[in-house]
Design a protein around this ligand. Structure first.
Ligand code: B12
Length: 249
């Protein structure tokens, strides 16, 4: 099995993703250890903006949204037009919203103009790896960019399983994301050092009988054949000795 783990904007540019490093390290505990590939969509987005804007949108502009935009949902707004399929989604009232909060939009309006094309490019780059599963780590403002890419991937390749995890998937947010976004196959809520391995082991099990072990993966929300959403219940704390040193490859 080949897995691409994705960290979308607005992960900081200066640090790798701790969860991606931990999950890569834990994958070695699977019965059939998968090939793990990281996709740093945040770095790709910063590079893309710099290049496409001929240097007008810099990494400092990116970091401003990553660090300060979080208070106002600016980073999510940048990708909301792609996710909703409505490029003008909340464009008309955006300036008023920010003015009420005395917030600086930075380069967010210009960035939004690039978002759809970037998501299409990112989907191509992920699919070029020929993954059997794509996992997204979502915290802070990564929800809308991650959902936008996940949706695009599912359109291009409907059979590709999509997995979400991270701070934005804690209970009750994770099960709610799964209910509301039909293109999400699996969402893990809570610490995933145990759940990730259990899920991969379950998926490498008996496909013909519908992967019966799925229902025992802790913290997992999964989809029934009729599109329903089943939450297995909250995961417990992960024992400290199962938390590995992150592997940033
Ligand atoms: C350290 C920390 C910070 C640091 C550093 C953050 C950073 N940029 O890395 C600082 C102090 C800067 C910070 C600030 C804030 N933080 Co903070 N922070 C944390 C804290 C304590 C630890 C985060 C961490 O690194 N954990 C370790 C990693 C490995 O855990 P993890 O990312 O959750 O990953 C695990 C699981 O989620 C899962 N997982 C993750 N990704 C994936 C992917 C897949 C495919 C799967 C299967 C599983 C999976 O497996 C991983 C291993 O178990 C968490 C609370 C917590 N206990 O987690 C809050 C937390 C992340 N912060 C939170 C908040 C709200 C904030 C602030 C907005 C607070 C504020 N109001 O000021 C700011 C925003 C900062 C910003 N500019 O974006 C919330 C986020 C909620 C959300 N929905 O995103 C959290 C969850 C706390 C909470 N419960 O409210 N924070």
């Amino acid at each position: 099995m080949k897995i691409v783990l994705v960290s979308m904007p607005w992960n900081l540019l200066e640090t790798p993703s701790l969860p991606l490093g931990l999950l890569r390290a834990r994958a070695g505990a699977c019965q059939q250890p998968p090939v793990m590939i990281d996709y740093y969509g945040n770095l790709r987005w910063a590079e893309y903006l710099l290049e496409r804007s001929s240097g007008a949108i810099t990494t400092e502009d990116y970091s401003e949204i990553a660090n300060w935009g979080v208070w106002h949902g600016i980073g999510d707004w940048v990708f909301a037009g792609v996710l909703t399929g409505r490029p003008d989604f909340h464009s008309a009232d955006y300036a008023q919203y920010l003015a009420r909060r005395r917030a600086d939009p930075g380069k967010s309006v210009a960035m939004r103009g690039y978002a759809a094309d970037f998501i299409a490019q990112a989907a191509e780059e992920v699919l070029a790896q020929q993954p059997d599963l794509v996992g997204f780590s979502s915290t802070f403002q990564q929800n809308v960019p991650s959902l936008a890419l996940a949706q695009h991937l599912k359109r291009l390749q409907p059979s590709l399983p999509i997995l979400f995890g991270g701070g934005n998937c804690e209970v009750p947010m994770g099960p709610a994301l799964h209910r509301n976004f039909i293109f999400l196959d699996f969402v893990v809520s809570g610490e995933a050092e145990v759940a990730f391995v259990a899920l991969l082991d379950a998926l490498s099990g008996d496909a013909l009988s519908g992967y019966p072990e799925i229902s025992s993966v802790p913290g997992l929300t999964w989809r029934t054949p009729d599109g329903g959403s089943v939450f297995n219940g909250p995961a417990g704390m992960v024992p400290a000795d199962l938390v590995p040193s992150p592997d940033y490859w």
